[in-house]
Structures are given as structure tokens and as C-alpha cells.
Design a protein around this ligand. Structure first.
Ligand SMILES: CC(=O)SCCNC(=O)CCNC(=O)[C@H](O)C(C)(C)COP(=O)(O)OP(=O)(O)OC[C@H]1O[C@@H](n2cnc3c(N)ncnc32)[C@H](O)[C@@H]1OP(=O)(O)O
Ligand SMILES: CC(C)C(=O)C(=O)O
Ligand SMILES: [Mg+2]
Length: 514
């Protein structure tokens, strides 16, 4: 089995994504995570781009000791000097020199002849060789370069001392067929190629970065370059996670593997999305929020019976805790039953059919059905709708360092219950007071507050989740006064508990699991 080297350029090409600017601390944290992920080389930055970038690379080189660190330079002395300064303390440094070779870049960007390009490449590698034993030379825009010229530049670069030859598809122009051919031909026509590591670096302009990278692997490259979440210049780079999983899942085709620690993929992806602020499209392969979600009834039924029916990768393999069954327009009874069981309801076949009918009506009105909706659906269908406790008065004051709440509730017999209680903050006092008046305690698991509209008189919405005797109850309260909204939400959740207890004692239709 061949071992493909993974060169990560999240911190260089990835940072070239519009709007992304990582601090030194963020870069260091990502680099440490990339080391944990098992990439073979980290391109830490492009030192000439700013004085701070030199410091960034230095900071990474100082702490990342078991993974090679690369820094980018154009084919000129000042860029190489900056890379040298940045990589001074690195354990295994690599100088990465780039120079474009395609006719378009030669003519319009560099204004250089073929001979000048070859000469510049040789000079830069010779200069770099004074300080670095490991030099990667990239023929920028290789996929749009004449093959004969590629052979010539590659041959000369190896003779000058390059140890890695990288042929990038800089503008995402290649197709898997042509790209694979290019590598096969380079292996055929450049006798010295076996002396160096052959590498590729693809962009995703036509959505083919991963396919092209895999074609290059098939054609014999030893190293592939990419980024986490596929971020990078324009449409981005090859996603390293996609290649790692393609190799893992289709060993029958690629007969190759990598050092990637697969279950570190998702944590790395999350860290990168957090610090770059770049949202991962939900349906992105491997790391998208929907990558392991199932919404359709037929799929959900299959997955519940055996996950391999619709999952070619186990979510745990890439560090995603579990797959998700999402209840939506296309869901079926099996999925609803499973979700209700998770929420604590065990319904008979008839009850499930009834609940399913209501669920389908509900989903026509609402795009997403949340747990709260399901609790209500079951409660309305199978339980009485009695309100056990209602808020009738609430006064808040701040005597001294405490918050004091005067509270009045009315119970199901319309009798008033009152208390005055001090707490560590208004919500603490309020919820303690409610528990005191009803004579039982709940574990508050979640408390979320948000605004439903804008302006000073905006309506506040409070969601609470409480736990009692192993069951979860949720409540949602709305009011322009967020304290009142908090009280309402808590009482709705508590009322559910009393309804359920009452139901359990009488002729219950629904049995509850834990
Ligand atoms: C394919 C890639 O992703 S390569 C990496 C791209 N990344 C970046 O460019 C990010 C960092 N870049 C920067 O901070 C700046 O562009 C710098 C500091 C590198 C250079 O800034 P400036 O000196 O102002 O030049 P500017 O970026 O405007 O133009 C690029 C110059 O480099 C030249 N150049 C481009 N590629 C190369 C190369 N590989 N080797 C040598 N010279 C090159 C261009 O011809 C142009 O030269 P000119 O001024 O003589 O016309
Ligand atoms: C520096 C090189 C490898 C690059 O990013 C590209 O060609 O896309
Ligand atoms: Mg690139």
C-alpha cells in the first residue's frame, strides 16, 4: 500500500480566502491541531507578505516539532531571505519556491521568456539551497503549461537541487483525465523524477479539485496539497479530508493510504471554521452539517435498520459523534417513532399512526419540527391539556446585594399561592420561588433567550429545558418583559411534568420509556 504525503496549506493558501485573516495565536492553535491530525507538512505562511507573517511562521515552527514546516517564497532573493528568517528555528524546515510556467502567466504576469523562467528557477533554487536541504519547487499554472516545457523546467529544477516537484492546477482548469495524463507523461519523460517527491496542488474552480487530486494519485504522485474544509483562493483548494476519506473508503481503487488520524478530521474542521469565520456549506462532503443527516423516510428507515444502507462512512470515523435523523417533510413512521422514543414516549401502533398523521400536517405548516413541537403533539393527542400552574403576579426588587422576587401563582383549583424569595440574580430567585410554591424541584438543563423582533419593545422569547425523574420537558415563553417570558417558559415545562404524572396514574394511553 502506497503512503501519500499530506501537505496542508490551510494557513497559507487557505488564508488567501477573501476576508480571512488569522492572528498568530489562531495560526498556532490550528497548526498544533494539524499536527494532531497527522499531516506530513504544514505550510505555515508566505513570510514576505508582511513582517507579522514572519512572526507567525516563527511561532508555529517553535511549537510544532514533529511535523515539517514549509514557507512560501517567490523565485527571488528577498522572498527566500524572509522564508529563511521565518523558518530559522524549525525542526524540519522546507522552502517552497513558486514560479509560473504557463504561456499566459509568462506573457502577461511575468513578462518573461521560457529561457528567463528556467534561469530564474535555477537561480532561486541555488540560492535557497544555501540554507535549506528540503526545497519544493512549484510550477505555478502547470496544468496550462506546454508539456515539453514542464519536462524542461522539472528536469532543471531537480538538477538545481529541488527535492519536491509540485505541479499545481492553479486555476482549477484541469479535468481528471488530462491531469492524470500530465503526471504519467512527466514520469515517462523526466528520468530524474524518481529522485524527488512528486506533488500536486489543485483548485476547485470547476468543482473538480478532489477528483483531479485523486487522478494525480492514480497517476503516481507521492504528495498532495490541500486545505481543511477546502478553503483557499477563489473557489478554494482540494479538501484534505475528502482525499483522506476517498483513500480510506476506496482502497480497491487507489491502493494508497495516508497518515491522517481520521477521527481528528471533524475537530480540525470545526477549529478552522471557528477561526476563519468561513461557514462550511451544510452539504459539504465529510464535514458539512448534513454529511451524516438523514431526512427522508425511506433512508431513515434503512439507517435505523442498518446504517450501512445509506452511510458509506461511519460518522465516528471522522470524529462526528453520531449521524442524525432529521424530521422533515419526507420523514416516515420509523423515524418519528425513534425520535419520540428518544424523547420518552412509547406509542402503540395505532397511537403512532395518529401522531404521524398530525406530524405530517404540522410539517406542512412548519419547515422544522423541534422537540418542543413533538412534546406538544403527543401531549395534545394523548394527554389532557390541563394547566396546573399559572403566573398571576410578579414583582422584582433589588434590596441590598440580592434580587428579591414576589411571586403569585394560581393552581388548578384556582387557589392563589404566594411567596417572596431572594436569589442570586432574578432568574435564580424566580425559578426557586416557582419550585417553592409548587413544592418540587427541577434540574434546569438549558435556558436560551432571544429577541423575536427589533427595538426597545421587542418581544423576548425564552426556551427552557428541565429534567425531572429522567424525563426532559421543554417550554417556550414570549413576552416584551423577558422575566415574565422566563416564568412562562418554566411553567409550561413544569405543567408538562404534572400532565405526564397525572396521565401515568390514570388510564394512560401512552407509556413512557426512560
Ligand atoms: C498561486 C499562489 O497562490 S501564489 C501566492 C499568492 N499569495 C499572495 O500573493 C499573498 C501574499 N502577497 C503579498 O503580500 C504581495 O503580493 C507581495 C508582498 C508578495 C508582493 O507585493 P508587491 O511587491 O507589491 O507586488 P504585487 O503583489 O503587486 O505584484 C507581484 C509581483 O511579483 C511578481 N511575481 C509574481 N510571481 C512571481 C514569482 N513566482 N517569482 C517572482 N516574481 C513573481 C509579479 O510579476 C509582480 O512583479 P512586478 O511588480 O515586477 O510586476
Ligand atoms: C503556490 C502554488 C503552489 C499555489 O498555491 C498554486 O499554484 O495554486
Ligand atoms: Mg494555490
Amino acid at each position: 500500500m502506497r503512503k501519500i504525503q499530506m501537505f496542508d496549506t490551510t494557513l497559507r493558501d487557505g488564508e488567501q480566502s477573501p476576508g480571512v485573516h488569522l492572528t498568530t495565536e489562531e495560526k498556532v492553535e490550528i497548526a498544533l491541531q494539524l499536527e494532531k491530525l497527522g499531516v506530513d507538512r504544514i505550510e505555515a505562511g508566505f513570510p514576505i507578505s508582511s513582517p507579522n507573517e514572519v512572526k507567525n511562521v516563527q511561532a508555529i515552527a517553535k511549537v510544532v516539532r514533529n511535523t515539517s514546516i514549509a514557507a512560501l517564497a517567490r523565485a527571488n532573493i528577498k522572498d527566500i531571505e524572509a522564508a529563511r528568517e521565518a523558518l530559522k528555528g524549525a525542526a524540519t524546515p522546507c522552502l517552497h519556491i513558486v514560479l509560473a510556467t504557463s504561456p499566459i502567466h509568462r506573457k502577461y504576469k511575468l513578462n518573461m521568456t521560457k529561457e528567463q523562467v528556467v534561469e530564474k528557477a535555477i537561480q532561486a533554487i541555488h540560492f535557497g539551497k544555501k540554507y535549506f536541504s528540503e526545497i519544493e519547487f512549484s510550477l505555478e499554472d502547470a496544468s496550462r503549461t506546454e508539456l515539453e516545457f514542464i519536462y524542461q523546467v522539472v528536469d532543471q529544477a531537480i538538477r538545481a537541487g529541488a527535492t519536491v516537484i509540485n505541479l499545481p492546477d492553479t486555476v482549477g482548469y484541469a479535468s481528471p483525465e488530462t491531469f492524470g495524463d500530465m503526471f504519467r507523461k512527466v514520469r515517462e519523460h523526466v528520468p530524474l523524477i524518481d529522485k524527488v517527491l512528486l506533488s500536486t496542488h489543485c483548485h476547485n474552480d470547476l468543482g473538480m479539485a478532489t477528483a483531479n487530486t485523486l487522478a494525480a494519485i492514480k497517476a503516481g504522485v507521492d504528495q498532495i496539497e490541500g486545505t481543511i474544509n477546502g478553503i483557499g483562493e477563489r473557489a478554494g483548494n482540494t479538501s484534505l479530508e475528502e482525499v483522506a476519506l476517498a483513500l480510506e473508503t476506496r482502497q480497491d481503487i487507489y491502493q494508497a493510504t495516508s497518515n491522517i488520524v481520521l477521527n481528528e478530521i471533524y475537530p480540525t474542521s470545526e477549529l478552522v471554521r471557528h477561526y476563519t469565520g468561513m461557514v462550511v456549506q451544510p452539504n459539504k462532503a465529510i464535514v458539512g452539517d448534513h454529511a451524516f443527516s438523514h431526512e427522508s423516510g425511506i433512508h431513515q428507515d434503512g439507517v435505523l435498520k442498518n446504517a450501512s444502507t445509506y452511510e458509506i462512512i461511519k460518522p465516528e470515523t471522522v470524529g462526528v459523534p453520531s449521524s442524525t435523523i432529521v424530521l422533515g417533510k419526507h420523514s416516515g413512521r420509523h423515524a418519528l417513532q425513534q425520535k419520540l422514543a428518544y424523547l420518552g414516549y412509547q406509542l402503540s401502533k395505532e397511537e403512532l399512526a395518529h401522531a404521524f398523521e398530525h406530524f405530517k400536517k404540522l410539517i406542512d405548516q412548519k419547515k422544522y419540527v423541534i422537540d418542543d413541537d413533538l412534546h406538544k403533539l403527543v401531549n395534545q393527542d394523548f394527554m389532557n391539556d390541563k394547566t396546573h400552574y399559572e403566573l398571576t403576579d410578579l414583582v422584582i426588587s433589588y434590596p441590598g446585594t440580592f434580587t428579591e422576587v414576589q411571586l403569585e401563582l394560581t393552581d388548578e383549583k384556582h387557589e392563589s399561592r404566594q411567596t417572596t424569595i431572594q436569589g442570586n440574580g432574578v432568574i435564580d430567585a424566580l425559578y426557586q420561588g416557582i419550585e417553592q410554591l409548587i413544592g418540587t424541584k427541577f434540574q434546569l438543563k438549558d435556558y436560551i433567550i432571544r429577541s423575536k423582533s427589533v427595538g426597545k419593545d421587542a418581544v423576548g422569547e425564552v426556551h427552557v429545558k428541565v429534567i425531572k425523574e429522567g424525563f426532559t420537558y421543554t417550554g417556550r415563553g414570549m413576552d416584551t418583559d423577558i422575566i415574565k417570558a422566563s416564568a412562562k417558559a418554566y411553567l409550561i415545562a413544569i405543567n408538562q411534568y404534572f400532565q405526564r404524572s397525572e396521565q401515568a396514574q390514570t388510564n394512560q394511553k401512552v407509556t413512557f420509556t426512560n
